[in-house]
Write a protein that binds this ligand. Structure first.
Ligand code: BG6
Length: 469
């Protein structure tokens, strides 16, 4: 029988997470190609510009200039005692068009330097292979993941980066929030619909192609970095039934299954049995090649990484919809709400960790959790973000309880330890950071970095390995 765990393990990974496109900027520098993130002026929840318009402001083009300032930024992360840092490699820095024959050396060098800097500062790099950054050429030329050719291009990219960084990076994630193919297929998979298409058909076909790519990338990974670990990454904020009415309860389970299906394929190695009914009722026919199911069965992930921000409630008959925070239904009267309508629910994290561990029995990694809020600088130049401290404290407490419940948790990387561009809405005003960046929604500001009150609090939390919680 497993022993009772009462504290965070010694090797627990503490740190923060960002994505290349939301932080780096330098969107066409050093041979980088265009990736889809460059075409969303108001974030992936909103319209996508097929052609970048001159004189229009696109927040990711400069973002917070992490590309040039990463040394300064990582020094601040070191001050907060991070032992892990998650970011993505922007695919289009390595293969500018996605289907190029040779990688872009300047792109490889940039990430070499970045990972060296993290390691020098005592941080384990955790790298996402694809975080809403599909090269635009693959979208225009091939229709993105609806086309199986993407599998080959993705594997070529994976082989290059696994080989190149095998001595530096031991923890990898395949597709960021792959289940957001359901909610935001443009951002998650570069899928933009043509008129008259059965959208669900396209979403599930593209997802299937990504599942095959996921499994084959794991196969490659095990050959190249056998001592490393690779995980899938899902958006798993949770949804409760709005009432105890059986229809609310049942349909909430069905909604949750739409996300867990993605985990089931990549962790259990097969589509769950309820998939057949969903596809039948929605007129979906998935093209699978011989051998696909075996590939998916044989190459599964080592751990489940996920984002958790909030909970919502679902009422029977309510259409399913969501955003970067997860599924979104009817507000819950028992919990607080941020200005963006995200409902804060630390106990929901404990609930979710238990739910996932019961289902999968593999290590879990909370790779995103954070509070997007409006921060103000007071007359002394301070930012007293006690609300952020409360948010993190309560979620870390919930994680500690989940450890006691017997859940295996590898680490916690707070989302957005430094203010970055919001992926959902393209704003800077929605700030997550322990570090403030002087930049506004219109692109004004000096980019100066400033420590918020939470900076010192988080540093202390990590120094104590969560003991004082
Ligand atoms: C997740 C994404 O959906 O949520 C991140 O993986 C994102 O990229 C985060 O930034 C928070 O969402 P938003 O829209 O507030 O940036």
């Amino acid at each position: 029988m497993k022993k009772l765990i009462t504290k965070f393990p010694k090797d627990f990974m503490w740190g923060g997470a960002i994505a290349a496109n939301q932080a780096e900027g330098a969107y066409l520098e050093d041979g980088k190609g265009l990736d889809i993130s460059a075409g969303f002026p108001n974030g992936i929840k909103h319209d996508y510009d097929q052609v970048i318009e001159e004189n229009k402001f696109y927040p990711t083009h400069e973002a917070i200039d992490f590309y040039h300032r990463y040394k300064e930024d990582l020094a601040l992360m070191e001050e907060m005692n991070f032992n892990a840092f998650r970011t993505s490699i922007n695919w289009s820095r390595i293969y500018p068009n996605g289907d190029d024959l040779e990688p872009n050396e300047a792109g490889l060098k940039y990430y070499d330097d970045l990972f060296d800097e993290m390691i020098k500062r005592g941080m384990q790099p955790i790298v996402t292979l694809s975080h809403y950054e599909t090269p635009v050429h693959l979208v225009k030329q091939y229709g993105s993941w609806r086309n199986r050719k993407l599998i080959k291009f993705f594997l070529n990219y994976c082989e290059t980066v696994f080989e190149h960084y095998k001595d530096k990076v031991k923890y990898w994630l395949t597709f960021n929030e792959i289940n957001n193919m359901r909610r935001m297929p443009g951002g998650a998979g570069g899928i933009f619909f043509k008129e008259g298409e059965n959208q669900q058909q396209v979403i599930y076909q593209a997802s299937h192609n990504m599942f095959v790519a996921n499994s084959l990338s794991i196969k490659l990974f095990k050959e190249i970095i056998p001592e490393g670990q690779i995980g899938c990454m899902l958006s798993l904020s949770n949804t409760y039934p709005n009432t105890c009415k059986p229809e609310d309860v049942f349909e909430t389970m069905e909604l949750r299954r739409r996300s867990l299906m993605f985990g089931d394929v990549m962790i259990r190695g097969e589509y769950p049995s309820y998939t057949a009914r969903i596809w039948d009722e929605e007129g979906i026919e998935i093209h699978m090649e011989p051998g696909d199911e075996e590939i998916i069965k044989c190459h599964t992930v080592d751990f489940l990484a996920f984002s958790y921000y909030r909970t919502s409630t679902h009422k029977f008959g309510q259409p399913f919809h969501g955003d970067t925070g997860g599924d979104q239904g009817t507000p819950n009267p028992y919990i607080e709400t941020t200005p963006w309508g995200w409902q804060i629910d630390p106990l929901g994290l404990r609930y979710t960790l238990n739910e996932l561990y019961d289902r999968y029995q593999i290590p879990l990694f909370v790779v995103e959790n954070g509070l997007g809020q409006i921060d103000e600088i007071d007359e002394n130049g301070d930012i007293n973000d006690d609300y952020r401290i409360d948010y993190v404290r309560d979620h870390v407490k919930a994680m500690k309880e989940a450890l006691r419940d017997g859940v295996e948790i590898m680490g916690y990387t707070y989302w957005g330890p430094i203010d970055i561009v919001s992926v959902g809405t393209g704003e800077m005003k929605k700030r997550y950071g322990f570090i403030y960046v002087d930049r506004d929604n219109e692109g004004n500001g000096t980019m100066e970095r400033r420590k918020k009150k939470s900076f010192h609090w988080y540093a202390e939390l990590i120094r104590n390995n969560g003991k004082n919680i």
